[in-house]
Ligand binder design. Structure first.
Ligand code: ZN
Length: 109
């Protein structure tokens, strides 16, 4: 996964953190005002990628005032992820490659 992605003209930093599950029940979160997406480091590869899609959708939702509900974002993100995987546009080895190229920060903070 790249360390930064551009979403609608704004660069977002991707960070991986490992938090105790009881403190961090979400798989990922977006800090919209800081242009940061934080993904749970311990997630399996496929869920890291689908979580990134999910958080990108949250940002698009915010930028365009779509007012999507959480269930809509979850459905669209997982549906689009499945479309890419099921049609060979995102292969397992590519998912592993994307996931292994993590930009790990926050180990000591
Ligand atoms: Zn969400």
């Amino acid at each position: 996964m790249k360390s930064e992605y551009k979403i609608g003209g704004h660069w977002f930093k991707i960070e991986f953190k490992s938090e105790k599950r009881e403190q961090y029940d979400k798989m990922a979160t977006t800090l919209h005002w800081e242009n940061r997406i934080i993904i749970q480091k311990d997630l399996v590869e496929s869920k890291q990628i689908s979580s990134l899609f999910h958080e990108v959708l949250h940002e698009i939702d915010k930028q365009h005032f779509l007012d999507l509900r959480e269930t809509q974002i979850t459905t669209i993100a997982e549906g689009f992820y499945a479309f890419l995987v099921d049609n060979g546009m995102l292969k397992k080895e590519e998912i592993t490659e994307i996931s292994n190229d993590q930009w790990v920060i926050g180990e000591n903070d």
